[in-house]
Design a protein around this ligand. Sequence first.
Ligand code: G16
Ligand code: MG
Length: 213
Amino acid sequence: EIKAFIFDLDGVITDTAEYHYKSWQKLADEEDLFFNREINEKLRGVSRMDSLDIILDGKELPEKIKKEWTDRKNAYYQKYLEEITKENILDDMESKLKRLKNDGFKIAVGSSSRNARKVLKQLQIYDMFDAISDGNSVESAKPAPDLFLHTAKNLGLEPEECVVLEDAESGVEAALAANMKAVGVGPESRVGKAHLVYGNVDSIDFDEILKKL
Ligand code: G16
Ligand code: MG
C-alpha cells in the first residue's frame, strides 16, 4: 500500500538545472575545461563532486584543487538561488502536493543537492514536507539507495510503501535499488527503467500512479 511520495527536487519540483549549467560553465571558462550543454545533461541528479569528475573526464587533480573548484562553482550557484521565487515551481506542482497531503499521503523530498533546503525555502514550500533528505544526509549519492532509504526511515515507513518521482537515470536506479516504486519524468531513454514514465511534470497523474503501482 502506498503511503508516501518522495519527490526529487531539480527536474521534478523546479528547474535549477539551468543555474547549475551556468555555474559550471563559468568555472569551466575560468579553468579552461571542456564543457557544454551536452555534458551538463549528464550531471542531472549527480552529486557536486561526481559532477566535477564527469567534467574532468578522467583527468586527475589533487583533492585540494577539486574542493576549491567545486566550492567556487557552488558560490556561483548560490548567487543564482537568490533569484528563485514561488514562480519557479514547475507547473501546478504545488496544488498537486497539497492534494496528496489532503488525501492523507506523506510527502517528502529526496535530492542530491546540498542546497535543497535553501531552494525549498526560496520556493516557499519548505514547511509542506514531512521529511527532507538532501546531499548532506548520506555518504553515498544516487544511484545508491541510501538517500531514499534515509527518507523512508524519517517518514517511519517501509521502502515498499514509498513512490519516488525522479527525472534522472541515477535517481530512478536509486529508487529501484531501495525497493521503492519509481516514477520517471522525462524521455524513455533516460528514465525508462522506472515502473511508470511521464514525458513531463505537467502530465504526472497521481490517480493513475495509485491505480497502476
Ligand atoms: C541536483 C542536480 C544536480 C546537482 C546536484 C547537487 O540533483 O540535478 O545537477 O549536481 O543536485 O547539487 P549541489 O551542488 O547543490 O549539492 P536533484 O537530486 O535535486 O535532481
Ligand atoms: Mg533531479
